[in-house]
Every structure is written in structure tokens, then in C-alpha cells.
Design a protein around this ligand. Structure first.
Ligand SMILES: C[S@@+](CC[C@H](N)C(=O)[O-])C[C@H]1O[C@@H](n2cnc3c(N)ncnc32)[C@H](O)[C@@H]1O
Length: 263
């Protein structure tokens, strides 16, 4: 385990030992991913492929590059929540600043373990920890930045609990940087009520996260629509549902930087 991480853990978490590969596991053995999905991930080499793709994406996407630079500018440590097989912003962050302290997180231990295996000891300051982002085992004000690319909006459970934890671990002036997908305002405006009620989705999907952030003392510094595209009914169940009501599903990716302000 990275020695610096031990100092940042809450005392109850410090008492737990890392496993042999140095991945801290606070999940109590919970498994989110099916063995079939994990096998596909391995067979298709998602981790190595995404390491490359995410780096290239950030290089060609100025808004994504900007949020990564903002994350680095905090000096870290950076918590990459719900990193998943894509790694979130991990690849662009480490390509930009190989020495930055980063904690790679996911609720699924076996995903974090795969990242640890893939990166090996290539980067001296990367730590690996499996935990639920709505119960982060880190001390208050211990992080310079919490980062997510498609992670925060896909966290199981209560979005408020996740954001509350992200805010708690940020130090004053610390940044939350996000690259998240949501429905475009045009699509949201044209959604019939029946679909809004039928879709049991997280508040992130509707893209009106300003209020959500403010509730947790996170003030928006910037929000850029970086990409916008339409989804065909063949590509997604939501797009199929929308098409039944004559609505074309348009999605966008937004690059967000928010600062944690003490109240
Ligand atoms: C859609 S995936 C991947 C997003 C990812 N950032 C990427 O770049 O591909 C969402 C991930 O969130 C993880 N996850 C779900 N709920 C979580 C939670 N409460 N805390 C941490 N990770 C969670 C899942 O195990 C999964 O790997």
C-alpha cells in the first residue's frame, strides 16, 4: 500500500490490512460484476484498450483536457471514483502528471485489482482501493480533487450520499471534476411525462445537477458541453422508448469543474 494513503484513512479503515496485491478492500466481499462480464472484460482486454483510448480522447477533447489539468493543478491527492474498466480520468491524468497521487476506486474489488495488475509499479504514487463511494473511508478534507468520468452518475445508491461524501473528503478549495453524460436540454424538454415517470434513473441523467452540487457546497466554476450526439433506438433501450413517443434521444457529455467551499 502507498504509505501516504495510510495517513489519509479514517482510523477504523487504517485497522484493515491491504491484501497481498496492495489493493485495499472495504467492500466486505461484495461483488457487483458478473463473472460473464468480467470474462468479457478480460477476453477483450478492456483495461489496456481503455488506457489508450481515454488518453487519446482527452488529447482530442479540449474540455476533457481542461478538467484533467484542473485536477492536476490541485496538487492532489486525486480520488478517481467508480473508475470502472474505463478508468475514468486515470489515463489522461497520469499521462499529464505521472507523479500525481491518485486513488483508483471502484465498488468492485476485481476491477480495482485489474487496474493494479495492469499498472504494476509503473507509477510510484497510484493507490488502489475498493469501496462504496457513498461511504468513503477517507478523512475529512484529505483530497485535493475528486474526479469522475462516467463514474459518479453510475454509482449505485443515493446520489446525494455520494456527493456528500465527495464534498466531505475535499479540502476547502478542492475540486470536483466531472466528465458526465446526460440528456440534452432539447430531449429533456420534449420528454412526455409518462416517460419521465417510467424511467427510474439517477438525477444525473437529466443534466440539472447545479442544484445537486450546490446542496453540497460545491460551486460550479465551469460547465462545458463537450460532445453532443443522437442515439438510435437500435443502440439503447431508452432511445427505443423515446422513439415510441416520437422523441429523438439526444445525449451530451459535459465537462464540469466545481469547487468545494466551506459554509
Ligand atoms: C459505467 S461503469 C464505468 C465508469 C468508468 N468511470 C469508466 O470510465 O468506464 C460504473 C462503475 O461504477 C462502479 N460503481 C457502482 N456503484 C458504485 C459505488 N457506489 N461506489 C463506487 N463504485 C461504484 C461499478 O462497479 C462500475 O465499475
Amino acid at each position: 500500500m502507498q504509505p501516504w494513503l495510510n495517513d489519509l484513512l479514517v482510523p477504523t479503515a487504517q485497522a484493515l490490512c491491504p491484501n497481498a496485491q496492495g489493493v485495499l478492500d472495504f467492500t466486505g466481499g461484495e461483488q457487483l460484476w458478473s463473472s460473464i462480464d468480467l470474462r468479457m472484460l478480460d477476453d477483450e482486454d478492456w483495461i489496456a484498450r481503455n488506457w489508450q483510448l481515454e488518453r487519446e480522447h482527452a488529447l482530442h477533447q479540449p474540455a476533457r483536457q481542461r478538467i484533467c489539468e484542473a485536477a492536476i493543478s490541485t496538487g492532489g491527492p486525486i480520488l478517481e471514483i467508480a473508475a470502472g474498466p474505463g478508468g475514468g480520468n486515470l489515463s489522461p491524468l497520469l499521462h499529464l502528471e505521472p507523479e500525481i497521487k491518485i486513488i483508483v476506486n471502484d465498488l468492485e474489488f476485481r476491477i480495482v485489482e485489474r487496474w493494479q495488475h495492469f499498472l504494476g509499479d509503473r507509477y510510484s504514487n497510484v493507490a488502489f482501493a475498493a469501496f462504496d463511494a457513498s461511504m468513503i473511508p477517507l478523512k475529512d478534507n484529505s483530497m485535493g480533487c475528486v474526479s469522475s468520468r462516467g463514474g459518479i452518475s453510475n454509482c449505485r445508491g443515493d446520489s446525494n450520499a455520494v456527493l456528500s461524501e465527495c464534498a466531505r473528503v475535499l479540502r476547502p478549495g478542492g475540486l470536483l471534476v466531472l466528465y458526465e453524460m446526460c440528456l440534452s436540454p432539447r430531449t429533456v424538454a420534449s420528454l412526455p411525462q409518462v416517460l419521465r415517470e417510467a424511467w427510474v434513473v439517477s438525477p444525473w441523467v437529466y443534466g440539472d445537477w447545479g442544484d445537486l452540487l450546490t446542496r453540497h457546497s460545491l460551486a460550479l466554476l465551469s460547465e462545458d458541453v463537450a460532445e453532443r450526439t443522437t442515439v438510435s433506438p437500435e443502440e439503447s433501450a431508452l432511445a427505443y422508448d423515446a422513439a415510441q413517443f416520437g422523441v429523438v434521444l439526444e445525449i451530451e457529455f459535459r465537462a464540469v469543474i466545481a469547487v468545494w467551499q466551506t459554509v
